[in-house]
Design a protein around this ligand. Structure first.
Ligand code: HPA
Length: 270
């Protein structure tokens, strides 16, 4: 795995010497955020050796490098998911690579099902913590000592300081921001109503199929992490209609402008 990472970094360093300060993973519906990047350069995932390439409709696969305000950023336009069949180590390779490129801060975004009854589709939720118990750890297997320690602490995965900056930014923009616990489910099937009731009992406010594994890999490397979910649908059993990927994408699209504005201002303030 370390070799894969090194090969990818070597390939990137042949293309560019750009050093990002912030790495951003763009979730469903946020792909067009990349248009806000100045002086951009793109690196398709497919051009990198051993790189996991997304198979999901609506997920483009490339790194976008450039500036948001004064801040050098690398964006992941498209991510890979565990349900696509990749091992967790491969799923988190892109995030680790952003860290290896120089990013010190990782912002994770996603679309998620709302479990907290106070959440409605279109709400944005700052991730305060996560539950990753239902998916394998990306750190399973031989530890990559050059990245981090065998038994990393996870008591503050989502940086309090960074989260406070995002809260302040949202307030100044007048963007309502909820807060809660994200649970990563394996997918690709949506959950059953019984699973959602169980997750609620466990303390989850939103459920999705990504993000927690990436946050773990980033924290393992000592990177600062924050996460924002776009609530795209009531989780199974809480709404009236069956869940569909189309509904998730459409809801994410509806709040894209607001989500984009928040992300842009939050990054520019770093
Ligand atoms: N469940 C899991 N993942 C999701 C959902 C959901 O309801 N909505 C968007 N991603």
């Amino acid at each position: 795995m370390e070799q894969k990472l090194n090969r990818c970094l070597e390939k990137i360093r042949k293309i560019t010497d750009f050093v990002p300060r912030v790495g951003v993973v763009l979730g469903s519906g946020l792909g067009s955020f990349a248009e806000k990047v100045q002086m951009k350069e793109t690196i398709p995932y497919a051009s990198l050796p051993h790189f996991p390439v997304s198979t999901v409709k609506g997920h483009t696969g490339q790194f976008v490098l450039g500036g948001i305000g004064e801040v050098p950023v690398v964006l992941m336009q498209g991510r890979v998911h565990y349900y696509e069949g990749y091992d967790m180590q491969d799923v988190v390779l892109p995030v680790r690579l952003m860290g290896r490129m120089g990013a010190k801060t990782i912002l994770l975004t996603n679309a998620a099902g709302g479990i907290n009854p106070a959440f409605a589709p279109g709400d944005l939720m700052l991730i305060s913590d996560h539950i990753s118990t239902f998916v394998p750890s990306p750190l399973r297997g031989e530890n990559i000592e050059s990245l981090g320690t065998r038994f990393p602490d996870m008591s503050e995965v989502y940086s309090r300081a960074l989260s406070e900056k995002i809260r302040k930014t949202a307030k100044s923009l007048g963007v309502p921001l909820k807060e809660g616990i994200y649970l990563q489910a394996p997918g690709p099937q949506y959950e059953t109503p019984a699973e959602i009731r169980a997750f609620r009992t466990l303390g989850a406010d939103a459920v999705g199929m990504s993000t927690a594994c990436e946050a773990i890999a980033a924290r393992h490397m000592g990177l600062e992490v924050a996460g924002i979910s776009c609530v795209s649908n009531p989780a199974a059993g809480l709404g009236s209609a069956p869940l569909s990927h189309g509904e998730v994408q459409a809801a994410a699209k509806r709040v894209e402008a607001q989500f984009s504005a928040l992300l842009h201002a939050a990054i520019a303030s770093l």
